[in-house]
Design a protein around this ligand. Sequence first.
Ligand code: UD1
Ligand code: CA
Length: 471
Amino acid sequence: MDICAVVMAAGKSTRMKSKHSKVVHRVSGKPIIQWVADALVDAGCLDQVYIVSDQQEEIRNCLGENVAYVLQEEQRGTGHAVMQAAPFLEGRDGAVIVLPGDCPMVSAKTLEKSLKVFEEAGEDCAAVIVTADADDPTGYGRIVRDGDGNVLKIVEHRDCTEEELKLTEINSSMYIFKTSLLLSALGRIGANNAQGEYYLTDTIGILIGDGYKVAAAKTDFDDTRGVNDCVQLAQVQAIMNRRILEKHMRNGVQITDPGTTWIHCDVEIGNDTVILPGTTLMGNTVIGHDCIIGENSRIECSEIGDGTVVDYSIVTQSTIGKDCRIGPFSHIRPACAIADHVTIGAYVEVKASTVGEYTRARHLTYIGDSDVGKNVNFGCGTVTCNFDGQDKAGCTIEDNVFIGGNSNIVSSVVLGKDSYIAAGSTITRDVPPLSLGIGRSQQVNKDQWVSEKSRLRGENYIRLDDKRSEV
Ligand code: UD1
Ligand code: CA
């Protein structure tokens, strides 16, 4: 059977009160419209056309040019939206899946089940509606059935009678239509309703009036949820996130507090890893086995090796090796490649740098744009000075270098293998291997300076603790 899909994504998103189309808002890291497109692909439907408005740019940026787009210049309802796809549908004799662009929970499973219902319903079946029982059906179109349970029509919430408002079976706005019959019904819908719009839902009553059957494929309400405003966006995000967390927990990942843990759809995590409260894992992040991540950490588009601990820290677009200790309060900024057994400690920031095995920067250090070898020790308060006011450049710090506390390593010096840097140095020239670099003025001790000062003031020097006892 020839199967294609029409996705309605031209709505004005009025209730969302956003300058963006609601379908590009993200759920678990993926734009809503991309969830829809992926469900179609997973169900085997690659032939997709999207009904878009003048906000099409941001939708095209999400979906690319492998799908087709049709402009709906004026938003005159869902029926009017699908009508714009007529040139794409004419002459086809199979079925068309029609979906709203605002339903990120749609899955290939729901689509496959509905296609099966459609195929089994026989020749006189014009359409299948995906429906669900809602605890609170407010705002949804209701499925009206006759005494034998046959679908009669869909009535929009605003057009319902008192009796119809009590119906809890809702229209998900996901359908499968026989393509030719959809086109014939669309030509006959009017806009005589509460909103003065052309409703796609009216095609159901028209097709039944023509003597065809319409079947319902009932599914779980959560799988049909639409996003019309920010409240529904948050609800859908919570449900999607919970499903993602449960998938990881079933794979042996321990998530201490699912209520405060957010994991995007493409994240991979090895078993025996523990995710502590307040942690967010974003993008295509990959976490190894036996890691401890959190509390309160954010890892975005990064790779973390087995056995590594990331505590109260932020890691972005970087790779971190095995058995590393990151945090608390470390900031690993984009383009870092950190090898195995590295320690990046409290208030240490690393940016666009490579760091070799067993290197330690335990406290208050900045490493930027630099190449750091193995087994390097950064004393507390070391800064690679990588910005001259105009350009960024880093330093090269070779294996086994020991940097004493509070040192400035000014780019683009090379600290040779096995060299030492004296504490408090500002290093502006290369330090050869096996050498000591000292870049500070020499210490001078002035003997008896304090008592001399007192004498000049005509005072006797009084020790501080004696002064205290006087008070
Ligand atoms: C629609 C259904 C309702 C169903 C609900 C499920 C109609 C008339 N109503 O209502 O029965 O219970 O979905 O979520 O179909 N769109 C366009 N062009 C337009 C209008 C809308 O492309 O002119 C798109 C929107 O971008 C959206 C989709 O169609 O993705 C549905 O429109 P929306 O306004 O959200 O319809 P609902 O009021 O939710
Ligand atoms: Ca909707």
